[in-house]
Design a protein around this ligand. Structure first.
Ligand SMILES: *[C@@H]1O[C@H](CO)[C@@H](O)[C@H](O)[C@H]1NC(C)=O
Ligand SMILES: *[C@@H]1O[C@H](CO)[C@@H](O)[C@H](O)[C@H]1NC(C)=O
Ligand SMILES: *[C@@H]1O[C@H](CO)[C@@H](O)[C@H](O)[C@H]1NC(C)=O
Ligand SMILES: *[C@@H]1O[C@H](CO)[C@@H](O)[C@H](O)[C@H]1NC(C)=O
Ligand SMILES: *[C@@H]1O[C@H](CO)[C@@H](O)[C@H](O)[C@H]1NC(C)=O
Ligand SMILES: *[C@@H]1O[C@H](CO)[C@@H](O)[C@H](O)[C@H]1NC(C)=O
Length: 388
């Protein structure tokens, strides 16, 4: 009996050892301290250097605890795939200036076949928001986690709170899956976008909750084949394609799908926004489908007259060409009387815009829609009545 117990506990510990160590690079072994006070940046970098140089796939393990981390760059190319398994919380220094002026907190650069599982990030952005509100000479503001020039990336189960600027950025990447992430910042925190995608192809975002002070998801120039499903947005500024067309020579956005999303109390639902400036940009082949709006100020909006302070838009007309945008099965309530706004460019009409089964009320009343420079078709129910 005793022998059996010893054998089974031996096996238990063996398995525990195997599961927790299993070749994984535990950041504590590399000097990280889970005390929330000791700077663990160099320790994480040491673990990264080993993982990145490993000829077979490597796992970096971050046990539970709080790890203080400054601005950090995990750079590739690496020799093989890397899994970063975070079971702890990574916190930024309380003094927002410590993250510097690079615009990044945690940056993965030129890394292929990277998976980041779990983890909590706390960027402690409040001091920075205050600086922007009252002070001068604030740094540019750090994005919490950024992937630049990375391919085949999975980010799963990450929670990020109080970013200084955008929580999660995908820039110049191919094949990225973001799933089950939770991104939180207060409604009034400035420019705390949830996810920003730009110059990237094949990005999928699913099962995520985004409560932020700016766009839940913002989609920049050069985004292709973006698929978003099961998204909860709000508070925040909604899902926004744009702002586009700031530059004269700019890439477009095409083949974007958003489906099964719920917007709660957000400023916008689905928005397409461009500067009122000349540009080579475009937006085409977009599907917004199966969306629910609760008290959203602008549930459906195209705004091509964006020009803050009326600076730098001499001709007040956007060169961005918007076409083939479908809105299908969008229901719920608008917090303003105008539930659909289509303010397209006088020099580039919006074309092939389709509305199918739209049911948006203002309180209990019929809502309205407004149109400028748009051509489109409607089918099924369209309430409010279309202005095409
Ligand atoms: C990444 O995965 C692709 C496809 O499986 C493979 O061709 C490539 O060699 C991998 N690169 C790294 C660095 O793991
Ligand atoms: C992560 O931490 C939680 C407790 O904080 C624990 O229950 C869980 O087993 C840990 N997961 C792994 C994979 O270590
Ligand atoms: C459009 O994007 C989807 C992902 O949402 C992708 O599966 C499809 O192949 C893309 N279509 C084209 C024509 O690239
Ligand atoms: C806008 O830019 C395009 C492309 O550069 C150019 O062909 C066109 O003349 C410009 N239009 C105006 C009004 O400047
Ligand atoms: C503004 O329009 C005028 C003609 O209407 C054109 O000559 C000029 O190039 C335009 N400027 C820009 C910046 O598009
Ligand atoms: C909307 O109508 C319902 C039922 O007719 C009523 O109970 C509710 O008070 C109304 N709400 C508003 C804001 O008028």
């Amino acid at each position: 009996m005793a022998a059996k117990l010893i054998v089974s506990s031996f096996f238990f510990f063996f398995i525990l050892f195997f599961v927790t160590s299993n070749g994984a690079l535990n950041v504590i072994t590399y000097g990280a301290k889970p005390d929330g006070k000791t700077d663990s940046t160099e320790a994480f970098l040491r673990a990264w250097t080993v993982a990145c140089g490993s000829a077979k796939g490597a796992t970096i393990y971050v046990p539970k605890g709080r790890y203080l981390m400054k601005e950090v760059e995990f750079q590739g190319p690496c020799k093989s795939r890397i899994l970063v398994h975070i079971n702890g919380t990574i916190i930024a220094p309380t003094d927002y200036r410590a993250l510097g002026n690079s615009g990044y907190w945690i940056l993965f650069k030129k890394v292929d076949n990277l998976t980041v599982v779990g983890g909590n990030l706390d960027a402690k952005g409040a001091g920075f928001w205050d600086c922007r509100k009252y002070g001068k000479d604030c740094p540019v503001g750090a994005r919490s986690i950024t992937f630049n020039w990375a391919n085949n990336v999975i980010v799963s189960g990450l929670t990020s709170i109080n970013s200084q600027a955008t929580h999660l950025v995908v820039n110049s990447c191919n094949n990225v899956i973001v799933r089950n992430v939770k991104l939180y910042a207060p409604d009034e925190s400035p420019n705390t976008d949830g996810i920003h995608v730009q110059s990237s192809t094949g990005v999928t975002i699913t099962g995520s909750t985004l409560q932020t002070g700016d766009d839940c998801i913002s989609i920049g120039p050069g985004t292709r084949n973006l698929f978003m499903k099961s998204i909860k947005c709000g508070p925040g500024h909604g899902v926004s394609i744009g702002s586009l067309g700031r530059e004269l020579n700019e890439d477009g956005v095409e083949n974007v799908t958003l489906t099964n999303a719920v917007f709660t109390g957000s400023d916008n639902g689905v928005r397409i926004k461009s500067w009122a400036r000349n540009s080579t940009g475009f937006v085409r082949n977009i599907l917004f489908q199966d969306l629910i709006m609760y008290k959203v100020k602008n549930p459906i909006i195209i705004d091509q007259n964006y020009c803050p302070d009326n600076q730098g838009c001499p001709n007040q007309t956007s060169g961005v060409k918007i076409s083939q945008v479908t809105y299908r099965n969008i229901q719920g309530t608008s917090a303003t009387p105008e539930a659909m706004t289509f303010d397209c460019s006088p020099s580039n009409l919006c074309t092939e815009i389709r509305l199918h089964d739209i049911k948006l009320k203002y309180m209990n009343e019929t809502a309205t829609s407004s149109c400028n420079n748009i051509h489109g078709t409607t089918s099924g129910v369209t309430d409010p009545e279309s202005c095409f």
